[in-house]
Design a protein around this ligand. Structure first.
Ligand code: SF4
Ligand code: SF4
Length: 405
């Protein structure tokens, strides 16, 4: 309680964060703004406000995009404040079926393997089509997960090590997290391909697990810390120069682990390649296409590594990169937010899709799997064919080197 008050008291109520807040911009309601939420928590922690459904709703409606934190001149640790509040009131909040299921699949390797087999069966037989026709996912409370599922692709098992295929420059650990092999195998394979081609030996420790973001944002600090400890021991190898992430949602969580040694090594893959001075430009085939660049909030506001993707993609000859207009804020995916708050998530997604489609891009790139799934689902629902992929996948597809295929 004292920590909550101490963090909330840093806020001087200047309101400079308000224009940066997606939920405030959509509702124009002070209680849906960072300043308003901080004031609510301050009043609650000071015992001037009871726990109520309305209070929990205002805090839960926050996307934790942390745009406010980046804009705040007083450096209010907004993310920490909300996470600590959620931990304090976890007994008063309910975890939805979709989020519980997601957590199960994220934490438990057997459940993850079962989900892989189930997904293959669901999508490669007529089951998915029939179930959707009968509206079964919705009736079972799983409609929001079902709409996000990408097409199934067979994935061969990953090796624990991949040696550099160019003059060796160093060793990296690749964090694939809980969803990498399940939903984002092309990004995983592309990351291995590009990192080894750039001269890095890649280790993929089998013991790595979920980054813990889902639990932390759900008020379960204890589980989140256990998962952090498992990842720290999985990546304890001192010879690793960096721990490279391919999903900024996970990267942002790991960058804030209490274990400073590991946290200090975590870096987004595009940023890592740029910082390591990798110039792949004469090894990349030209791409005559316009590419819309989506920068996830976690990459921008928490990892603060938003420059890497654009700089890396610029190495592809002939490519035309179009960042989204600054007025477009969070896409609405925000971890499990898109499952729990479909209306706000859809409203924010609509803004992003309208701005994206105006320019008729050939591709949309995003460095976070959650955003990719949410945006892809929105495009499918509009009947628009536009591939959404990770920047590293675009780089991998353009690599000329046959030796590294
Ligand atoms: S959170 Fe920061 S920017 Fe927002 S009102 Fe408080 S001090 Fe001002
Ligand atoms: S984290 Fe994002 S949604 Fe939440 S108050 Fe800050 S700006 Fe608004």
């Amino acid at each position: 309680m004292n920590n909550l008050l101490a963090d909330a008291d840093i806020c001087v109520k200047c309101g400079l964060c308000l224009p940066h807040c997606p939920t405030y911009n959509k509702t124009q309601n002070e209680n849906e703004s960072p300043r308003g939420r901080i004031a609510l928590i301050q009043a609650w922690a000071g015992r001037h406000l009871e726990t109520s459904k309305k209070l929990l709703e205002h805090i839960d409606n926050c996307l934790l995009c942390r745009s406010c934190e980046r804009a705040c001149p007083a450096l209010v640790p907004y993310g920490r404040l909300i996470n600590n509040f959620r931990e304090q009131i976890k007994g008063d909040r309910e975890t939805t079926l979709a989020v519980s299921l997601l957590k199960k699949v994220s934490h438990n390797k057997t459940a993850n393997h079962l989900a892989q087999s189930g997904l293959r069966f669901y999508q490669t037989t007529r089951l998915q089509k029939t179930a959707r026709l009968l509206k079964l996912p919705g009736l079972l409370g799983l409609g929001k997960i079902d709409r996000l599922l990408p097409d199934y692709h067979e994935q061969s098992p990953l090796a624990p090590h991949y040696p550099a295929t160019a003059e060796p420059k160093g060793n990296v650990g690749l964090f694939i997290g809980c969803m990498g092999t399940l939903l984002d195998h092309e990004t995983v394979n592309s990351a291995i391909k590009v990192l080894t081609a750039a001269g890095f030996n890649v280790s993929i420790p089998e013991r790595q697990t979920c980054c813990g973001a889902l639990d932390l944002h759900d008020g379960d600090n204890e589980t989140s810390e256990q998962l952090a400890a498992t990842n720290c021991s999985a990546f304890a190898d001192k010879s690793l120069d960096a721990i490279v992430t391919i999903a900024s949602g996970c990267g942002s969580q790991m960058k804030e682990y209490q274990q400073a040694e590991l946290a200090g090594k975590v870096v987004d893959i595009s940023q890592f390649l740029i910082k390591s001075g990798c110039d792949l430009s004469d090894r990349l085939m030209p791409l005559t296409a316009s590419v819309c660049l989506h920068t996830p909030c976690s990459l921008k506001n928490v990892m603060r590594e938003e420059q890497g993707a654009a700089k890396l993609l610029q190495q592809i000859p002939d490519i035309k990169i179009k960042p989204l207009p600054a007025a477009i804020q969070c896409c609405g995916s925000a971890g499990s937010y898109m499952l729990d708050h479909p209306q706000m998530a859809q409203a924010l997604l609509n803004d992003l899709l309208n701005a994206t489609l105006e320019d008729k891009p050939g591709y949309l790139v995003s460095s976070n799997i959650g955003c990719t799934l949410h945006i892809s689902a929105g495009l499918r629902e509009r009947g628009v064919t536009l591939e959404v992929l990770h920047p590293i996948t675009l780089i991998a597809r353009q690599l000329k080197d046959k030796a590294i295929d």
